[in-house]
Design a protein around this ligand. Structure first.
Ligand code: NAI
Ligand code: SF4
Length: 494
């Protein structure tokens, strides 16, 4: 009998690897290793074909096999509320297909975006993106068409397309899932970009901590090459995977380019932007994996389809990654515009047993902390920008009543001190001084002056840092002090 089991890293960690091992010698079971649906609280999840779609069994252990084989106890996948309430486009294939089955990818609409791009001129592709109002999904939300136009018009002996897979934000994992689970979608998006700007070479810069993603992507590139897909205008369009060496700042696009060139990952001053002068001084599009994965459907369904989803300034769907002390951690794709509260209740299922809500952080280690009073916030770029926060890469981490906010703030500042590239003084020196102040407060020897100093330091780092690492590092610290002042004051020397 044919059973489906995810081969995603998180699913394997949650027990899928042990199940596959336990059932490896069963001649009556054919195990198909799919991508994951992203409902990680249900993993390991085993599915089999039913009369109206797949039937699923949750949190399966090896001894559940007889029930699965006899068909007892499973429930239809489409009735799982966590999945049924989502609007999945970029993640539509997840849990359904084998990641490296190119025929399955095509059967479910894959490559139709590229075919549409071949029917259009480069200008018309960029116009379709302008109509779509797609903004970069890495975190900065810059209009994609605008960046492509700059690269298209820039002069260069060569042009490059670089997918940024250095997904360093704690609490984010959607890029990893895409690379492991639907790699052809990223390659298709990169090819469309290359056609639009006239690029001849592609790279995927993948973080070292994602070995399965890099291996799957390399296998997908090999398959795409065999199928003669990696060609544009009769010329080869090679795509290479390059692995980083564990540095967070190499996710910043110019440090990434330095690293790709074989140098130390130090941030470059901008302008010129990479779209004007990037890899080896040539026009280069550096965009996040999720941005490239969103593009094929915009070409196949049309820019106005994409623009019809979401809110005024944030069109399309947002991919959220729920983690921390929620009952249902996992990946959620919905149109922009739900409130944080709705997402935490409807998808997160509320708090994990035994924990009470204290704060939620959105946008990774550089993201602001929100207390209960901030939960009405609409999940879209404009509302976050208005509140001085960032949606970033969609990571949502929930902290419970046991969290020590002083220790959390110290942890974030220490993270920046560790990861700073050292190029500019506010971040190189400021993050170390900030960590020292917070260590002092934590040790009980800090004063009110230290809190004032942190505020000053934070403002300086925000205004004078060269890149987002130093510029955003004060946000979690200052929002922790703003929303939980009593915790900080109670630790001060009297
Ligand atoms: P940015 O706003 O400076 O630039 C965004 C993009 O637009 C870049 O590719 C830039 O080259 C391009 N761009 C901007 N102005 C341009 C122009 N005039 N012409 C051509 N291209 C132009 O933001 P940045 O510094 O690239 O990214 C910061 C964001 O990264 C943060 O807000 C944070 O949310 C996010 N981030 C994401 C992480 C992840 O794991 N995905 C990790 C850390 C930060
Ligand atoms: Fe480097 Fe920090 Fe300055 Fe960014 S802000 S350039 S990481 S020192």
């Amino acid at each position: 009998i044919r059973l489906y089991l995810s081969n995603d890293t998180s699913a394997r960690a949650a027990g899928a690897a042990a199940l596959a091992e336990a059932w490896s010698d069963r001649s009556d079971v054919q195990l198909i290793r799919t991508s994951s649906r992203g409902a990680f609280y249900l993993e390991p999840m085993v599915e089999r074909d039913g009369p109206d779609g797949r039937i699923a069994w949750f949190n399966v252990s090896p001894q559940d096999l007889p029930a699965i084989l006899s068909g007892t106890g499973g429930i239809p996948v489409q009735t799982i509320p966590f999945l049924a309430q989502q609007t999945r486009y970029t993640f539509a294939n997840f849990g359904e297909t084998e990641p490296l089955a190119l025929d399955e990818y095509q059967a479910r609409g894959g490559l139709s975006g590229l075919e549409a791009a071949f029917r259009l001129t480069p200008d018309a592709i960029i116009e379709e993106l302008r109509v779509s109002q797609l903004r970069g999904r890495g975190g900065a939300a810059f209009p994609v068409w605008n960046k492509w136009k700059v690269a298209q018009q820039a002069k260069g002996a060569q042009k490059y397309v670089v997918a940024n897979a250095d997904e360093g934000d704690a609490g984010t994992y959607c890029d990893r899932m895409i690379l492991e689970g639907d790699p052809f979608r990223v390659l298709e998006g990169m090819l469309i970009c290359a056609r639009a700007i006239g690029a001849g070479w592609g790279y995927v810069y993948c973080r070292q901590e994602y070995p399965a993603a890099a291996a799957t992507l390399r296998a997908a590139i090999h398959k795409a090459d065999e199928a003669e897909l990696l060609e544009l205008n009769g010329e080869p369009f090679p795509i290479e995977v390059v692995e980083g060496a564990g540095s967070y700042v190499c996710g910043e696009e110019t440090a990434l380019l330095e690293s790709l060139e074989g140098k130390r990952g130090v941030v470059r001053a901008r302008p010129p932007y990479p779209a004007q002068s990037g890899l080896y001084g040539c026009p280069t599009i550096v965009s996040n994996v999720l941005t490239f994965a969103t593009i094929p459907q915009i070409l196949s369904r049309g820019g106005s389809w994409h623009a019809s989803l979401g809110t005024e300034q944030s069109r399309g769907t947002v991919v959220l990654q729920l983690g921390g002390r929620v009952k249902h951690p996992g990946l959620v794709e919905v149109p922009f515009g739900l409130s944080l509260h709705q997402v935490l209740e409807q998808f997160g299922g509320g708090m994990a047993p035994g924990s009470r809500f204290k704060a939620v952080q959105v946008g990774g280690p550089l993201g602001s902390l929100f207390p209960t009073t901030g939960l009405d916030m609409s999940i879209c770029y404009d509302a976050f920008a208005k509140a001085g926060a960032v949606l970033g890469h969609g990571g949502i981490v929930v902290y419970d009543h046991e969290t020590d906010m002083v220790d959390l703030a110290r942890h974030f500042m220490a993270f920046t001190a560790d990861e700073s590239c050292g190029k500019c003084t506010p971040c190189r020196i400021g993050s170390v001084r900030g960590r020292e102040i917070l260590e002092r407060i934590q040790a009980g020897s800090g004063t009110m002056d230290d809190l004032r100093l942190l505020d000053d330091l934070g403002e300086t780092m925000k205004l004078a840092s060269l890149c987002a690492l130093g510029g955003r590092a004060p946000y979690p610290v200052l929002t922790a002090i703003e929303h939980f002042p009593a915790e900080f004051r109670s630790k001060l020397r009297t």
